[in-house]
Every structure is written in C-alpha cells, then in structure tokens.
Design a protein around this ligand. Sequence first.
Ligand SMILES: [Mn+2]
Length: 345
Amino acid sequence: MITFRWFGLRDSIPLAYIRQIPAVRGIVSALFEIPVGEAWTLDRLARLRAEVEDHGMTLEVIESVPVHEDIKLGRPTRDRLIDNYCESIRNMGRAGVRVLCYNFMPVFDWMRTELAHPLVDGSTALAYDDAALTKVDLSRGTADLPGWATAYSASELDGLLDSYSSVDGKKLWENLGYFLERVVPVAASSRVRLALHPDDPPWSIFGLPRIITSGAALERVIGIVDDPANGITFCAGSLAADAGNDLVDIIQCIGGRERIHFAHCRNIRRTGVRSFEETAHPSDHGDIDMRAVLTALHEAGFDGPIRSDHGRMIWGESGQPGYGLYDRALGAMYLQGLWEGITGE
Ligand SMILES: [Mn+2]
C-alpha cells in the first residue's frame, strides 16, 4: 500500500489534499507534541487515527516514537524510559496501529548539509557533503545545522556530545540489544511490528557512532531478538548513500525472512565519496534502480506500507524541506505505477 507522511494538524498540507493523490490510501504520522521519553496515551493515538479515517484513509504507520538519548547512552534512567516506550507500543496496539518506525541514531536524526540544493531542472533538493559537514561549527549548538535550528542549545549539545565520548559502536550495539530485549516481547504481544530505520547517512558524523549502516547490520538487528515483531524499515535512499550497499541483496536477505515491515522509496545520486544529492524518484534520475527495488520487495513477499520519501521543491512550492506536497505526490504515483506493473495490483 502506498502511504504518505503527514505531520499532524501542524502540517501545512491538509489530509484532504493527500486524499486526492490517487495512489495514496494510508497515512504515516506521529504525535509530535509529546515530549521525548513520555508515554503516548491511547486517547491521543485514537484521536489521530480517527482524524485520518475521517478523511477516508487509514493510519498505517507511526513514524516515529523517538528513542530517548538516555536509552542509547545506557544511562540508569533508561529502565523507566523503556517502560514508557513499552506503554506507547501497547497503546499503539490498542489503537490498531500496526507498524512502528523508529531509529537508533545518537543525538542527530537525518543529516544534510544543504536544504535547497539546486538541481539541473531548476528544482531544489536536500543534499549532503561530508567535507561541508566537517566545517559546521557546533559551538552554537545546532543553530548552524540545516534543518536543526531549534533542536539543541550550545550547552545541551556540548553535554550530549560529551556523554557519547564513552559510547562507541560496540557499546551502542549493547544498548540497542538491551532495548530490543525489553520492547520486542511487548510489541509481539501488542501485535505491533517494530521497523528500525537505517542511519541516514549511513556513516559516523561528528565523531558519534552510527551502527545501522549496512545489510550486515540490519541482519544483526533482526537476530538480536528472533521474533517477527523485530523488523526493519527498508529505506532505499539512506542505504544507497553508501555505494557498498547492494539494495536488492539486502531486500532478499532481510525481506526473505519477512522482517521488512515498511519501505521508504526515494532516489539519490552519489556525487562523491560520502556526498550525495536527493533526486526525483524515477530510476533514471539517480543511482537507484527503483524497479529492481520494488521487484525484490514483491518477490520477498513484502506487502506492507511503502511511502515516497523526501521530495524536491518544485512548481514554486515552499515548505518543510523534503516534505512538500507536489514532488512526493509525483513519487507516490510513480511508485504505485511501478508496483501495479510488477504485481498486477
Ligand atoms: Mn527513510
């Protein structure tokens, strides 16, 4: 099913518009107003679901319930925070929302160095260049980071980065394992499928460890707790930023074990080592063979939610970088067309 990300009532794109994209039946959303670490209530989740259903669509995925930094750091407070996370999962199950996309990236979520990178057709897109990232000054907190204007003050960021000086990749894997051992059984009994999103981009930034960067890492994740509820989000654009990641191979391996619960399908063009720009969704615009990706997903038995991912800014649209209406709608239609051609549905 083709889905579309919606940022709730604060989103400048109304559900009524999304409903008019012929491909889209499902919504991906979250409760953005709840502070990280607090439990999500059944009431709020049920209201979100009702809002989506009132517009003729279904709430397919929560993206995401953020994982508190103390859990990633392995601090003593993590047990209480994991309890809250489990409560959110139970309430998702009660509200009938079946897929939870989350990530385990320290401090920063996705990272780009340009939010309006010009493409040859006159549109703009998100882009990343490792050389540009090394020039970013974090002494003013996240103020100088594209897209992160209000996330952390200088002192907060300083404290966090300092805390991670004792957490290397090995420790981060241990902390992920500790988390999964506690949340997966709750997800399983709540009939919620966990879908860990790969790190974006899939390498270390600012000296922070990043571990979900390859097919081997994803395989390791699903082996930590061997339960169908412990799965992944297959994000084509994130994984493809590293030319060493063979997308079809990864789908065959993880998808063949029925652990891909959600797919993000967008395209990128690698512009150097650790450097890429996002492009329009079709295969010939970037380095990803989207037909091969969707064919592999179908052949692996995947029939879960797929969403177009970041879009370019086109036709004079302005809005949240990567999350305008027009290009994501084009992407949704393209993906639906490919999927129908491949599967007959
Ligand atoms: Mn993604």
